[in-house]
Design a protein around this ligand. Sequence first.
Ligand code: LLP
Length: 385
Amino acid sequence: MLSRKVADKLYAFETPFYLYDLDLLRQTLQSAVSVADRYGYCLHYAIKANYDPRLLQIIREYGLGIDCASGNEVRCAIEAGFDPKKIVYAGVGKRDKELRYAIEQGIFAINCESIEELLLVDSFAAEAGKVVDVALRINPDIDPKTNACIDTGQADSKFGISYEEVQEKVELIKGLKNVAIKGMHLHIGSQIRELHVFEYLCNKVNAIVDYLVGLGFKLDFVDVGGGLGINYDFPENEPVPNFASVFSIINSYLNVGDREVHFEFGRAIVAQCGELITRVLFNKTTATGRKLVIVDSSMTELIRPALYGSYHNIENITSKSANRQRYTIVGTACESTDVFDENITLPETKRGDLLTIKSAGAYGMSMASRYNLHDLPAAVYSDEL
Ligand code: LLP
């Protein structure tokens, strides 16, 4: 963990801020790309995880494409120098101007999530005088065995099109002149740690591809989404996620002929390279005896604990005390759920100490808000230290 090595230098920066370990990001990308290349897989980075320009620049150097969830994300990727032909765009509710922009930019595929969206893309493409490449995002009905808040592939979810609807509307879909259905897309959820879930995913993808081909669609690629989880409990034990295992499972179980296979990883690429560094403001004890440490960040910098009950490992990187105590770490926002963790053991922690909230590179900064008119957190990069 970078912050522990450079703790003394961190005092100089205004807190809170995200600290990024660029060498760890490179190591992670190197691992992902080298294993993906072995199998000929195409990697996209899910930019929703973190759109920091320096991280994007490094990710681009490793040749990844981008997975987007909005028109602004497509614009951000293009402005960061990514080739539109390596950009995919999913989202249940794409606005008209976002679809028109994606069509104008000629991205690799618009992943359509409803038949109405597909019809709209067809009509916008006709107006633009184009035939637009799309993928059908299918709802596979799989339980990804993760936190229910970040599970996207079960039958009742808002994401993707049901098999039934594709079958019902197959003639309508095949009659569209300005969309070319080039691929099949799915994404079943995030922070998947039980790797056998990827085995089920392959079985489903095989069945869906057979089914779509049976209906008369000729597919050039399958995009199996992202979702690979990371070790939040002990980040130091697993700074680079296990890409080799997941790709090996996919290679063993996926059976889609010579179609291109695409992935869209967000968390697995950037989570471990980012930490939120925050300073202790105050200590106090509640009437019930709970020792609170009040830090200068909050759910406005990192919302995951408050929103999903997610765990992030926290360490005091500056206290030298041998006396360890139990604390509850709370933030500055006017919300009772603004708690980073409860009853954790830290060395004696006092005003001015720096804490690190680890594994915060994904869905930290990108979900930051200005609630309570807080400033957005800054970024500090390992090569500035
Ligand atoms: N592809 C699609 C279509 C997605 O919806 C997502 C994430 C990804 C790829 C990337 O998934 P990843 O590899 O990062 O698991 N804010 C939540 C996570 C929401 C994920 C949304 N979709 C969190 O902080 O845990």
